[in-house]
Write a protein that binds this ligand. Structure first.
Ligand code: FES
Length: 120
């Protein structure tokens, strides 16, 4: 059955200035890192989840979103990134687009041991 895009929650974001992520915390999941960041226009520090995938060309790609579901704020940090590029929130099962064709979360660059949300 084809996916219904109206059911998706876009997690994408744009920033016009680079944002350094803090409190980097590797997890026991190879594709998930926890961190904190201040996302515009807020001045508040938010809990973030960084997702990782290896691209077909061998490069690493990192994307990040808030750990709070964009629907009603459930904690999605323990929800698995599925092969279709979405995280399915455990509260109402809405898909949140991370690497899917519909939307991409904030783009992140890793530089040595630091992570930065980059301008898009
Ligand atoms: S709070 Fe996540 S889908 Fe509703």
């Amino acid at each position: 059955m084809p996916l219904n895009i109206k059911a998706y929650f876009p997690a994408g974001g744009q920033t016009h200035e680079e944002i350094e992520m803090t409190d980097i915390c590797y997890t026991d999941r190879a594709d998930v890192i926890f961190a904190r960041a201040i996302l515009p226009p807020s001045k508040l520090v938010k809990e973030m989840v960084i997702y990782y995938q290896k691209l077909p060309n061998g490069k690493d790609e990192y994307r990040t979103i808030s750990a709070k579901c964009p629907h009603q704020g459930a904690d999605i940090s323990q929800d698995e990134l599925k092969a279709d590029g979405n995280v399915y929130c455990s509260l109402h099962r809405r898909p949140i687009c991370i690497f899917s064709e519909y939307n991409y979360a904030y783009l992140v660059e890793k530089r040595e041991d630091k992570f930065f949300i980059v301008k898009t």
